[in-house]
Design a protein around this ligand. Structure first.
Ligand SMILES: [Zn+2]
Length: 236
């Protein structure tokens, strides 16, 4: 349409997309594609950039769930989106970003959700999983040093994953006139790679899980739920 001379506003209207999106496609695509990976020199030892492994493990879990790393701006921008109904999570994410080394954390409110965001030049070094497109359409593989951190802090990593794409809810059952309540956890993610990471951290801790559907992991056994309650619990 652009080549055929259709006015900019008309293109947006016909495609029902934002002006910003169309502008990116028309004017920024080439620069974005060519600059994404070469623009920011990666640190040789990114692990050393991390002051706080516990916060990093949590933030990585959050990133794999609801995070996005934008590398087309002057300074890379990490954004984690969370529900405004959980102010505790907003606090925890911003604390984790700062603890990892980001200077200033900002907030941007959207309908029903809050974007927690921080500019930092080292984000691409710390989160090399970033790339174009949605996470479940690309390979998500942790580097050796990331695996080490996750292996050292499986509880914090799982907390990040469950705080983003997981939930804790209570199944209520009426049996023989008595009410029973069974709390359980689910984790929903379309990426089989991310699901594998979740499963292997649960396995490491000996916590029983099963797949309820191909994209849904469920933790329902009483002792397994009790274990998760010790380091995850309801979203706050
Ligand atoms: Zn770096």
């Amino acid at each position: 349409m652009h080549a055929a001379g259709v006015p900019f506003s008309e293109i947006c209207r016909r495609l029902r997309l934002s002006r910003n999106t169309i502008a990116c496609w028309l004017y920024k695509r080439r620069t974005a594609a060519s600059k994404t990976d070469t623009r920011y020199p990666r640190c040789d030892h990114p692990r050393r950039k991390i002051d706080d492994a516990r916060s990093y493990a949590y933030l990585l879990g959050q990133y794999l769930g609801d995070g996005h790393l934008l590398t087309t701006q002057r300074v890379p921008l990490l954004t984690v989106t969370c529900d405004v109904r959980h102010p505790g999570l907003i606090h925890e994410i911003s604390h984790a970003m700062e603890a990892c080394g980001a200077r200033t954390v900002g907030y941007q409110e959207r309908v029903g959700c809050m974007c927690v965001r921080a500019h930092w030049k080292h984000w691409p070094c710390l989160i090399p999983q970033h790339g174009p497109g949605v996470k479940h359409r690309r390979k998500i593989q942790l580097t050796d040093w990331q695996q080490e951190v996750v292996h050292g802090e499986p509880e914090r990593f799982l907390r990040g994953l469950f705080h983003s794409d997981g939930s804790r809810f209570t199944n209520r059952v009426l049996r023989n006139g008595k009410h029973y309540a069974y709390p359980r956890y689910t984790f929903v993610n379309e990426s089989t790679d991310i699901m594998l990471l979740c499963r292997s951290s649960l396995d490491q801790l000996g916590i029983a899980w099963r797949m309820a559907r191909s994209n849904t992991l469920s933790v329902a056994r009483r002792e397994a739920v009790a274990r998760l309650d010790r380091f995850i619990g309801p979203k706050w």
